[in-house]
Write a protein that binds this ligand. Structure first.
Ligand code: SAH
Length: 218
């Protein structure tokens, strides 16, 4: 057995984040299921339970400040369900649609959503997102997010196709691109850079970043 639950609690304290009662237990149940599936189906390159806590759960939860207040989140290229599933656990009023082009990943998103106790607020879609929400079965939402999906410029141009007026696009990155690249990514999509925040993962200290883009006001 591992000490995922105590590590997760320690990480949440470091992030100064509270999640609803039972949330940490549901997240570690999700992690255990992920690693179980991962023995047969390739869902993640991360296989140590402590690393799943740090690099998957806590990294996803670290962007709660950027996501809070959104009603419906669309997670593009969600893979095993990241960051969408941990965010649903942390934010009980959030609805989310998670999409991935690989069927076995979508199958896990659904099973993981049940383990995490968020299935009622989660829709998992097997599709390749190419910017046509209607034909892809994808919604238009107030927040589009992705982690480890594509470079920021391609992501913003794709994400705006799914964005309702006044919405925002959140890019989770390992390394924050130069300001000029962010400005280009914003303007190519009719967006402007709202905020840039650098942080470190609570357990490993690895650097991460989160960039928020807003619809540009005329
Ligand atoms: N967001 C997850 C997975 C990142 S890997 C995480 O952070 O762990 C990128 C994922 O995007 C892969 O699972 C891949 O299948 C998916 N993907 C790539 N292009 C896509 C597209 N156009 N539409 C949907 N999924 C896509």
């Amino acid at each position: 057995m591992d000490n995922s639950l105590s590590l997760l609690r320690r990480g949440l304290d470091a992030l100064r984040l509270t999640v609803p009662d039972g949330g940490p237990e549901r997240l570690t149940a999700w992690s255990a299921e992920l690693l179980k599936w991962n023995e047969k189906v390739n869902l993640t390159a991360i296989t140590r339970p402590e690393e799943v806590v740090d690099k998957h759960l806590l990294d996803s939860l670290a962007v709660v400040p950027e996501v809070a207040g959104a009603r419906h989140l669309l997670d593009l290229g969600a893979g095993a369900g990241l960051p969408g599933v941990p965010l649903l656990v942390a934010l009980p009023d959030l609805q989310a649609t998670l999409v991935d082009a690989v069927a076995k990943k979508v199958a896990f998103i659904k099973v993981g959503g049940v383990k995490a106790g968020v299935a009622a607020r989660l829709k998992a879609v097997h599709a390749r997102a190419e910017g046509s929400p209607g034909t892809e079965g994808l919604p238009v939402v107030d927040l589009v997010i992705a982690r480890a999906f594509m470079d920021v410029g391609r992501f913003t141009r794709l994400a705006v196709k799914y964005l309702s007026p006044g919405g925002r696009v959140v890019a989770m990155v390992g390394q924050v691109p130069a300001a000029s690249e962010l400005d280009d990514a914003a303007s190519a999509a009719g967006l402007e850079v709202g905020s840039v925040r650098r942080f470190t993962l609570p357990l490993s200290g690895d650097p991460r970043g989160v960039v928020v883009f807003h619809v540009k006001h005329p």
